[in-house]
Structures are given as structure tokens and as C-alpha cells.
Ligand binder design. Sequence first.
Ligand SMILES: Nc1ncnc2c1ncn2[C@@H]1O[C@H](COP(=O)(O)OP(=O)(O)OP(=O)(O)O)[C@@H](O)[C@H]1O
Length: 309
Amino acid sequence: MEEVVVKVNNLKKQYKDVKAVDDVSFYVKKKEIVAILGPNGAGKTTTLEILEGLRKRDEGEIYYFGEKVDQIDSNIKEKIGVQLQSTVFFQNLTVIETLRAFAGLYQKSLEVEKVLTDFNLEEKKRSRISKLSGGQLQRLALATAVINDPEILFLDEPTTGLDPQARRNTWQIISNLRNSGKTIILTTHYMEEAEFLADRVYIFDQGKIIAEGSVSELVNSLGMNSIISFKINSNGNFDDISEKLFDEIDLKVSKNENFYRIETVDLENALLKIFEEARMKKFDISDMIIRKPNLEDVFLKLTGKRLRD
Ligand SMILES: Nc1ncnc2c1ncn2[C@@H]1O[C@H](COP(=O)(O)OP(=O)(O)OP(=O)(O)O)[C@@H](O)[C@H]1O
């Protein structure tokens, strides 16, 4: 079995009457990418920052490399890399000066020039921080997180605020980091990010872990193969017939005005029945989309809410 490098048991943290982290337990194995997925306020940042030694826990145990840890001391800080949700750099320093300053914080560090190349910042190395784009700043934040060549990387919402292209670039950088042997724990509220990157996902909501597994395990746990959605444009009432229409096949129908969402394990049969019924009752069906279930559906099923409003 792969070595467990981080383990947390029964972690708790309360702010006044908010239980930000409410009895959370999880583990991360060497070379895994683990995503902590959840909506705003779920307790993701608090959990990460406790592991990084930036916030104090109220209760719970933390293990690094199999050893129980009371304080996140400099020994551990040499072995972890941290990208905060928003990193504040000195606006008047250049990119290379900034990286050198971070390198100076550690006993060992990677060669600054090599890191600039790896993170595609070579051309910008003499630019001041104030002149960088959002994507460049994010790459610099990642570069500062790896400058000490850490074994474990904590990335707090590494692509929030980036455009789709910059987000994809960042995903590629994160995949490359994993392929080079790093263990990565990231938080995100983008289900696509967890789907693209994560070996395993912990879904957080209101300070608790509500589900755990690989993306395919989580999605398969829904027990549906397909989701069909469509619109009915006629005066007929699909509600009246949907029950008897679908009583032979296993599916779930929900409706929002005249938009229907049907979950099914038997796509072919469901489609046949929908169109047969539409022809018989003279329904006009439009805007049909057929898709595989995803992590958003898992979250919706568990909480009744969407990941992002
Ligand atoms: N320093 C603090 N003082 C008081 N309450 C806090 C503090 N930090 C976080 N909270 C509260 O604790 C809960 C969890 O916050 P946290 O930032 O960990 O969530 P999150 O999942 O990271 O959300 P986001 O995606 O918005 O960062 C929220 O209700 C938040 O308002």
C-alpha cells in the first residue's frame, strides 16, 4: 500500500458560533492529488490552514509522514509548500526578486532560473509584480509554493478568478507537479477541476465531509447512467403522464417550469418512451441534452443545493 503522508483525525475548529470544521477525518497518500471540494464557507480553507500551521485547531490529531504532530514546526514547513487563496506580493519587486526572497526562507531551495522556466515566467522575470496578469500571478504563487522543493503541496483554490485558458494551463502545471512526484492537496469549488485533477475527492459541506472517493466511485454511487433534460413547448401536461409513462423503467423525473430532468439507468428505453409519448400526445420537445452524471449531481443529491449559486 502507498504510504500515507498526511492524516487528520476528528479535526474541529469553531469561530464563535460557527463550526467551521466539524469533526473531519481524512488521509492523503504519497503522490496523490486529493481535492477538497465544496461551496463557499464549507471549511476548506480553515482545514488547509490548520494543516499548514497558519491556524490553530480546537481538537483533533494531525499526522505527517506517520508521526503525530503537535505543532507544525520548521521541520514540517521545510517539507510542505503552500499556495494561499490570495497571495500578497510586494508590488515593486520583480518576479525574480520575489522568487529569490521566497527561496531565502528555506534551508534548501530549487534553482530560481529553473523554476521560472518550469512555470513559464522566464519572459516576465524582470517585470514588477504590479504589471502581471492574473494568470501570471497565479503561476508565480505556484512557483513560490514549490521553491523549497516540498514533498507535499497545499493549493488553496489554485484557479479561482482565472479565465478558462489560464485555468487549463494551471491544471497542466499541477498534473506535471504530481508526475514529478509531489503529493498535492487542493481545495476547489469547481467540480471540473476536481474531475480533471483529483485521484480522490473529499466533498465538504458546512464543516463536514459528506462524501469521499474517486470521481468515478462518487458518480457511480448515484446509480444512474444518464441524465436527460429537455423542454416541452405545448399546452399538454407532461406531469399527468410522466408517472405512468415511466413506471416500468427506473428513473427519476424533476421539473422546473417546462424544463424536465430525467435520471435513468436505461437511456435507450427512456428516450424511446419520451418520444413515443410526445408523438401520441402531440408534445413538442426541444433543447434536449443527454449527459453523464458528474460531481455536481453528487453534491446536488447529497445536499439539495448546487456547488455554486
Ligand atoms: N477568522 C475567522 N473568524 C470567524 N469566522 C471565520 C473565520 N474564518 C472562517 N470563518 C467562517 O468559518 C466558515 C468556514 O470558512 P472557510 O474559509 O474555511 O470556508 P471555505 O470552504 O474555505 O470557503 P471559501 O471557498 O469561501 O474560502 C465560514 O462560515 C466562515 O465565515
